[in-house]
Design a binder for this molecule. Structure first.
Ligand code: HEC
Length: 133
């Protein structure tokens, strides 16, 4: 019995180590998308990015910066500072971006935008984020 318990601890330790493997690069260790959002794909085409750009300018740029590099004037004093969305979008799926924008990020200044923006507007912003470099 003791042996079984010990192997369970070993397995857990191994899992914990694996989970922390990419710790230095936050973008490489994205949180799993909750099932309500997992698998969602942007129903809009790339041309929606124009509307997204103007929504981004109004609602997001002050913190995330005009090119989404996380360097907006209102973001500098925040802890954590706003994410570089140009980097993030390379690693993140549509479902991840939509989920974070819709529901915000707990423990940070990133608020939930669902209710402020419609789902269609959130997808327009996602289309814009896809253009960021
Ligand atoms: C008040 C400043 C502020 C505003 C305005 C803001 N954000 Fe954020 N945003 C943040 C902060 C702070 C984080 C958390 C960064 C972190 O976790 O390292 C964040 C996180 C995010 C993330 C998730 C990053 C991750 O690591 O998962 C996305 C996507 C995002 N913002 C997009 C947007 C969009 C789109 C808008 C406009 C609709 C917006 N944000 C408006 C401050 C802001």
């Amino acid at each position: 019995m003791k042996k079984v318990w010990f192997s369970a601890v070993l397995v857990l330790a191994a899992l914990a180590l694996t989970a922390c493997g990419g710790g230095a690069d936050a973008v490489a260790t994205l949180a799993p998308v909750p099932s309500d959002f997992a698998g969602l794909a942007n129903p809009l085409g790339a041309d929606a990015s124009a509307a997204g750009a103007s929504l981004f300018k109004t609602n997001c740029e002050s913190c995330h910066g005009s090119q989404g590099h996380g360097d907006g004037p209102a973001g500098a004093a925040l802890d954590p500072t706003p994410k570089n969305l140009a980097d993030l979008q390379v690693a993140a799926g549509d479902d991840y971006l939509f989920w974070r924008i819709a529901t915000g990020k707990e423990g940070t200044s990133m608020v939930a935008w669902r209710g402020v923006l419609t789902d269609e507007q959130i997808w327009q912003v996602v289309s814009f984020i896809r253009t960021l470099k």
